[in-house]
Design a protein around this ligand. Structure first.
Ligand SMILES: [Zn+2]
Length: 289
């Protein structure tokens, strides 16, 4: 039976308090049950605060995930860049363990320094190995590393690459950002329920059930140009895609467990819109445990 969780990428925009520790109870009150902690500008949270945040999340049944810093390039030819990237991922893993977030989402890097796309992807695999060793050495083996599908054609991270990287390593799985896939292929993908089903089926076939139990996903509407992603948009903006209905119908049809993180500018407000869309599509079936 499908079990879907919804939440914002970061502190709720409609919450009056700026206190992170109040976010879980706020989200529960408005009817959400997931949240991605955004460490996109660096992992700055203290152990004490992270642990308190984790306790609040648990108390309010909010499933936590973490987005690692944007400044990561595991495919760089510069040693200092790779080292700094590894360190940022390690810090994310550690803070994830503190707050009991189940996955660290990250963008793997860029093609530009490598002689070929294949070489860039192989560098990502090699440079993730120390992160995995670190993760296991601190006892955080239950924290997944989530390779996100990226929105720009200069970035490592089309669907097949995220699958390839995940296959080569333990405890790594793709995170599907539907808006990014849509933008990367200039609106030619994620345009139907079948497109979404194809992604889910591919993941299950190539990586097994674990990769979709749950499937970690991001959603918003998105503006794209020639190189892909330009800007995330609200669900109410009719000029942009993709359509969340396609995603929810595929989740409903396959009965998978999925976490849906709203990356629209209005975060939790659009998470609620998505939840409502799913209630209309699959009702209690998508929300029962
Ligand atoms: Zn991301």
């Amino acid at each position: 039976m499908a079990r879907l969780r919804f939440g914002p990428a970061g502190k709720p925009v409609s919450m009056k308090s700026s206190d992170l520790l109040k976010a879980p109870s706020f989200l529960r009150e408005i009817g959400l049950d997931a949240m991605e902690y955004e460490a996109v500008r660096g992992v700055k949270i203290s152990e004490e605060k992270a642990r308190k945040f984790g306790e609040e999340a648990k108390k309010n049944d909010i499933l936590l995930s973490m987005h690692a810093p944007y400044f990561i390039n595991l495919a760089s030819s510069k040693e200092s860049t790779v080292e700094a990237s590894i360190k940022r991922l390690e810090e994310s893993v550690k803070a994830s363990m503190w707050m009991d977030s189940y996955i660290v989402v990250f963008h793997p890097g860029y093609y530009k320094d490598a002689p070929s796309k294949k070489e860039a992807v192989d560098r990502v695999v090699e440079n993730l190995k120390p992160v995995i060793e670190y993760r296991d050495s601190i006892g955080a083996n239950n924290v997944w590393l989530g390779v996100e599908t990226t929105g720009k054609i200069t970035q490592v991270g089309d669907l097949d690459e995220t699958i390839y990287i995940s296959k080569k390593l333990e405890g790594v799985k793709p995170v599907i950002d539907w808006a990014h896939l849509y933008a990367r292929y200039e609106g030619k993908y994620v345009k139907s329920v079948d497109d979404v089903l194809e992604v889910i089926e591919k993941l299950e076939k190539e990586l097994g059930e674990e990769s979709i139990k749950p499937l970690h996903t991001h959603f918003s509407k998105i503006e794209y140009g020639k190189g892909g992603e330009k800007k995330h948009h609200n669900l109410s903006e009719k000029d942009y895609g993709p359509e969340f209905e396609h995603v929810c119908r595929a989740y409903s049809e396959t009965g998978i467990e999925a976490v849906i993180i709203s990356e629209s500018p209005v975060l939790e407000l659009d998470a609620l819109v998505m939840k409502k869309i799913c209630i209309e599509i699959c009702g209690a079936k998508c929300f029962a445990d």
